[in-house]
Design a protein around this ligand. Sequence first.
Ligand code: HEC
Ligand code: HEC
Ligand code: HEC
Ligand code: HEC
Ligand code: HEC
Ligand code: HEC
Ligand code: HEC
Ligand code: HEC
Ligand code: HEC
Ligand code: HEC
Length: 367
Amino acid sequence: MNSFKGNSRLLICCTLAFVLSTVGWVTNDRAVAAENTVSCTDCHDDKQNTQYAHNPVAEGECTVCHEPEPVHLEEGGPGGMKTDRTASACYQCHDNMAAGSTVHPALEIEGECIQCHNPHGSSVEKLLVKPLISLCQECHEPVPAEAAAGSQHLAVTEGKGCLNCHNPHSGNQAALLNASLKTLCLGCHDQEITTWEGDEIESVKNIKEKLDLPYVHEPATEDDGCTTCHAPHGSKHQKLLTASFPGKNYYKPGTDPDEKIFELCFTCHDQAMLNKDISSTDTGFRNDTLQNGTVVRNNLHRFHVVNVVEGRSCNICHDPHGASQPHNLRSKWTMKTFEPTLLFESRPDGGECLKSCHRPKTYQRLD
Ligand code: HEC
Ligand code: HEC
Ligand code: HEC
Ligand code: HEC
Ligand code: HEC
Ligand code: HEC
Ligand code: HEC
Ligand code: HEC
Ligand code: HEC
Ligand code: HEC
């Protein structure tokens, strides 16, 4: 029965092909494909019935990727069928996806394209074998497990997910990024972003605006600066930070001597700036007085950060991105309900805080 069906169909196909070729139409593979359609879909009626059918499948061009031997059509499979599973089958119609200086190594594994695409059709857009994020996570665990307790980046899961930042095939940026790092980050962080955290509105400040201020923190000027301090996918620290830094304006000085609360800053700056005994080079934020002929130094970094009952975080005075006053000093800092002003005046031998948490105060360095 099967073979009879197959034979009769083959006959029709051959006749059709003959008719078409005599009028000079059948000179390419597509016409041969069309000819085979009749038989393929009769026995394989599931291939075209997908939500998103691949164009050549919808068109019945099965033989652009499959090469049947007559026995397959006559008697049905399995066997008697060659299938091209490599990218070269796809490149008959599509541009080279492996162009560019960085190629996704997934494109160099055998069966390259069909690891991610169903060649026939799919219920997921772009013929993906499964929804995007679970597809990527089949081979990658980009979001560190400990991020659950720290911070996650909404950009990884919202909108185009991984594709907000990566090209799945190839490109000219490291790590398959869609743009150079800073441009990529500032593409979204050129405005204030508001999100809902339960019932509370959270707002994330405009970073680009800060980089246009006169005193930009040096690492934030570097092309890869953002990822020196931030992990793009998620982190065990708050604000996607790559090392510890307090999330509050005030913190109780820890009882644990190993507590590395300002680890982030001290990966580059010298922690000696917080010591009780300092030399003239440890910090400029100090008030020197002459007592009995010797210089006595009052370390104002230590005073604010360590000595006061509730320590002040660096963040109260400095902005890690950019600021309007010298030494990356902010002009205001953020509390829950208001933004106190901080007005600083730099002097060759010190400085003056004109408006801040206290009445105007000056400090002076003697050497
Ligand atoms: C007479 C029925 C029949 C026709 C016509 C037919 N097939 Fe099949 N084909 C089968 C059966 C039965 C199998 C084995 C069961 C299965 O995999 O579905 C099979 C298997 C296949 C397989 C898997 C091969 C393997 O080695 O595992 C491919 C690919 C395939 N067919 C493609 C085609 C294409 C393309 C056409 C048209 C050019 C076609 N078939 C026409 C019946 C048919
Ligand atoms: C763009 C290339 C391409 C086109 C067009 C195409 N196929 Fe396939 N097909 C493949 C590849 C590649 C595989 C092997 C998949 C694998 O190994 O995971 C395959 C596997 C199959 C199989 C066996 C596995 C399965 O999924 O059932 C059948 C049957 C099949 N194709 C039938 C068809 C039919 C019928 C058509 C036309 C309506 C068609 N194919 C068009 C590339 C294609
Ligand atoms: C016979 C030509 C042909 C071959 C061979 C071919 N494609 Fe396509 N493909 C098309 C056409 C035509 C479209 C629709 C074009 C468009 O919308 O821009 C398409 C669209 C796609 C899309 C986008 C689907 C969508 O929903 O937007 C993907 C992904 C794709 N092809 C992957 C592949 C892969 C993987 C292979 C190899 C296994 C392949 N194609 C082989 C012709 C082909
Ligand atoms: C690691 C998974 C992965 C691999 C491997 C892969 N792709 Fe894709 N491809 C994707 C994703 C994800 C998209 C959707 C892109 C988007 O929506 O911007 C896509 C989109 C496409 C499109 C549609 C482009 C468009 O602009 O609509 C084509 C065509 C395509 N891929 C072909 C291929 C070919 C050919 C290969 C093999 C050389 C391949 N892909 C390998 C994941 C992959
Ligand atoms: C079939 C497995 C597979 C899938 C699916 C897959 N990848 Fe990959 N990918 C790899 C391999 C292998 C590497 C190289 C080793 C590594 O970095 O883990 C890689 C590397 C990468 C890299 C680093 C490239 C570089 O040059 O530094 C990025 C970015 C990436 N993949 C993104 C994605 C995204 C986004 C998706 C989903 C669209 C995805 N991958 C899906 C296998 C896969
Ligand atoms: C907000 C942008 C962004 C999003 C969204 C994003 N990535 Fe990345 N990804 C990056 C950056 C930036 C790097 C390079 C990190 C570096 O150089 O330190 C990277 C690196 C990678 C790497 C290389 C290995 C590594 O961890 O450094 C892989 C693999 C990767 N990403 C996969 C993914 C996957 C999978 C998703 C989606 C679940 C995703 N990324 C979402 C920005 C992003
Ligand atoms: C596609 C848009 C998009 C891109 C690209 C993007 N972000 Fe974000 N980012 C967001 C959104 C939306 C939020 C607010 C929601 C949240 O907290 O994740 C956010 C929040 C953040 C936060 C605060 C996280 C927190 O816990 O409050 C940091 C830090 C951050 N992004 C850094 C980066 C860096 C660094 C890059 C470049 C590697 C980058 N972003 C690229 C959309 C983006
Ligand atoms: C020297 C380290 C450092 C560099 C470089 C850096 N950041 Fe930050 N970033 C921080 C710290 C610390 C915080 C948390 C304190 C704060 O919000 O000021 C933060 C907070 C953020 C936030 C959240 C702001 C909010 O209101 O919650 C975003 C978004 C952000 N950074 C993006 C970026 C981008 C984009 C770059 C690259 C242009 C970058 N960062 C470079 C240290 C850095
Ligand atoms: C990746 C290295 C790096 C990290 C991390 C870093 N900085 Fe910096 N910082 C620099 C460099 C480089 C300069 C410019 C040279 C200098 O003044 O030491 C600078 C300058 C500064 C200045 C201006 C000094 C002046 O007198 O003008 C302040 C204030 C500052 N950083 C504070 C911080 C704070 C607060 C943190 C933690 C949130 C931090 N930095 C994290 C590298 C870093
Ligand atoms: C009460 C405000 C305040 C706090 C809190 C503060 N700083 Fe400063 N910082 C200053 C002032 C003012 C200067 C400028 C000193 C000068 O005149 O040169 C400064 C200077 C600096 C410099 C330049 C080198 C130096 O020491 O003079 C660095 C680096 C720095 N601060 C880092 C930090 C770090 C890291 C923290 C948190 C551990 C922090 N600051 C906390 C006010 C503050």
